[in-house]
Ligand binder design. Structure first.
Ligand code: ZN
Length: 153
């Protein structure tokens, strides 16, 4: 178990596109385990690899109904809309309203390279879209239509 440092939005790594993962080895498993530990420690709902300084297409998320590990994720199909307050572990103390699809089909690989699909709704869909954006070098801030003040927990 290892907690990795989460980079913040000033770091140029967050604006770079990530590489496809092609090797599913022990090193990948270790990175994913570290990301899971880092996410839990930070008390977040999602974490993408570039947020820990690794330009690979990987994210982990846990919105309360189980941990999802997504390697080479693709949002295949979206429907509906939701507008809600979003934040990011790389953008401390910044929250704002973002409109996202309300439902999506996520296709990804697990740590062994096995492909799976998930039908995600509401917060899980929001989170998967947010994390996939990170892998394309995009931060949620560009999608915010209204910033909000929130108390720190
Ligand atoms: Zn984020």
């Amino acid at each position: 178990m290892a907690i990795r440092n989460i980079v913040t939005k000033e770091d140029p790594i967050l604006s770079k596109p990530c590489r496809t993962v092609e090797v599913f080895d022990e090193k990948l498993a270790q990175l994913i385990d570290d990301m899971i530990d880092t996410l839990a420690k930070a008390d977040g709902v999602g974490l993408a690899a570039p947020q820990v300084g690794v330009l690979k297409r990987i994210f982990v998320m846990d919105v309360g109904d189980g941990l999802v590990e997504a390697v080479n994720p693709v949002i295949l199909k979206t429907s509906g809309k939701q507008r809600g307050v979003e934040g990011c572990l790389s953008c401390p103390k910044q929250w704002g309203y973002v409109t996202r699809p309300n439902r999506c089909i996520l296709r990804a690989q697990d740590r062994t390279g096995k492909t799976f699909t998930m039908d995600l709704k509401e917060l899980a869909c929001r989170c998967a879209c947010h994390e996939t954006d990170h892998l394309d070098g995009e931060l949620f801030l560009r999608l915010v239509d209204e910033f909000v003040q929130m108390e720190e927990n």
